[in-house]
Each structure stands twice: as structure tokens, then as C-alpha cells.
Write a protein that binds this ligand. Structure first.
Ligand code: PLP
Length: 233
């Protein structure tokens, strides 16, 4: 068995186990395979194993692999590419034609740039509002106490942006208690906004959890886990 298949089997087993433990349906947890360190050959292998949702955060690599994969994947079974990382405003125009979903909107400045480009492309984008739930200075994302207002504002003013939920990153620590606290805060914010119904039925997703912490993220309600190293290492 190839290393990648072995890795994905292991991840699937763990995801199954975590879903069972949390009394969640496996279908409610989407695996975004993060390809930022992967070669085109490796990505083809992941595609052939049945995965269709990939994540990237750097433009040159996204361009290279999405172009190659567009030739590889049949038109009726395409890949959904997600922008998972911080986007500079001056790169939005180049990123957007290549992706369907954006996990990292966190300011009106970046939103207005996305709206401008979306208008010129004549299409909309599924977006997650990135919230800094760990409180670390160096993390991107808006403050938790501003999340509900910004979510409301996006939904009211920008039809080009379909706000599908929240995204957060765990703190840079091995302390599982700290990680749990961060994810729990994101889940609480997510539930509050969902319950307030300001953002409609589309607001249904919670993007959190990476190689080192996806098990905790599933326990806390993640619907989209973003995993790179555990697949390609
Ligand atoms: C790189 C990255 C991931 C994947 O991280 P791994 O630890 O390799 O699984 C997920 N989300 C974001 C925003 C990233 O930049």
C-alpha cells in the first residue's frame, strides 16, 4: 500500500472514531486535504482515492497544482479548491479565479476587495469568517466579540459573499486544554450566530482542526478539518 493511502486510512479511522465518540455523523465532517507541501503526482493519488476538496495558501503553488489538476480531473468530477490562509489584498484578484471557498476573511478591507473581484468575475464565493479565538497577537482573524456584527454586516451588504460559517486556528501549543478552550469558544460563537439567524441557512460550517488537533476539533463540533502533514508526511 502506498504511504499516502496508508496515511489517509489512518486519518479516516481516527475521524470515524472521533465522530462516534462525539455522537456525530461522519458525513458531517468534511476533510479538506491541504496540498501546500504536495507534488502534483501526490495530489493525483489523493484524487484517485476519492477526495475532491483541497486547500492551499500560496499563490504560485495553487496556480501550478490547480492547473495540472484541471487537466487531470474530468469536467464532471471537479475539485473544489479552498483558500485556507491569509490573503494579501493585492493577491485577491489572482487567487479568486482559482478557488471556490475562502476560509480566511477577517476584515472589511479584504471583503471589499473580494467583492470587487467577485463582481468582475460575475460569481460569488463561499466564505468563512476567520476569528482569532486563541487571543494570540500574531494570529490573523477578527476578535471574537466583533464576529457577530461583522457576520451580520457581510450578510446584509455583500451578496457576492455567501457566509458559510466560522474558521479558527488552534494556539501554538501542545497543551490540549488550551486547544480545547479555543475550539470551544469558536463553537460557542458559531452557535450564537447560527441561532440568531442573522446569516441564513448557509451559515452552517465550522472550519477548525489541523494535523495536530483535528481530533479535538471534531469533539468540539468542526465540520471542516484542514489536514496536510498527516496526509503527505
Ligand atoms: C498548513 C495549514 C493547514 C494544514 O496544516 P497541517 O498541520 O499540515 O495539517 C491547515 N490550515 C491552515 C490555515 C494552514 O495554513
Amino acid at each position: 500500500m502506498s504511504k499516502i493511502k496508508e496515511n489517509l486510512d489512518k486519518i479516516e479511522q481516527k475521524v470515524d472514531f472521533c465522530c462516534q465518540k462525539a455522537s456525530r455523523n461522519r458525513k458531517d465532517v468534511n476533510l479538506v486535504v491541504v496540498t501546500k507541501t504536495a507534488t502534483v503526482e501526490q495530489i493525483k493519488e489523493v484524487y484517485e482515492l476519492g477526495y475532491r476538496n483541497f486547500g492551499e495558501n500560496r499563490l504560485p503553488h495553487l496556480k501550478e497544482v490547480s492547473t495540472a489538476m484541471a487537466d487531470f480531473a474530468p469536467e464532471n468530477d471537479p475539485i473544489v479548491w479552498d483558500m485556507i490562509g491569509h490573503m494579501q489584498r493585492n493577491k485577491v484578484k489572482q487567487f479568486l479565479p482559482l478557488v471556490s471557498r475562502i476560509h480566511s476573511i477577517d476584515s472589511l478591507r479584504i471583503i471589499s476587495e473580494i467583492v470587487k473581484v467577485a463582481d468582475s468575475l460575475g460569481r460569488g464565493f463561499d466564505c468563512f469568517l476567520q476569528v482569532n479565538c486563541s487571543g494570540e497577537q500574531q494570529k490573523y482573524g477578527i476578535e471574537p466579540r466583533q464576529a457577530a456584527d461583522l457576520a451580520d454586516e457581510i450578510t446584509t451588504n455583500f451578496p457576492q459573499i455567501c457566509l458559510v460559517g466560522l474558521m479558527t486556528m488552534a494556539p501554538f501549543t501542545l497543551d490540549t486544554h488550551e486547544i480545547t478552550k479555543t475550539f470551544r469558544l469558536a463553537a460557542k460563537l458559531f452557535d450564537d450566530i447560527k441561532t440568531s439567524a442573522c446569516c441564513g441557512n448557509h451559515f452552517s460550517r465550522l472550519s477548525m482542526g489541523m494535523t495536530n488537533d483535528y481530533e479535538i476539533a471534531i469533539a468540539e463540533g468542526a465540520t471542516d478539518i484542514r489536514i496536510g502533514s498527516a496526509v503527505f508526511e
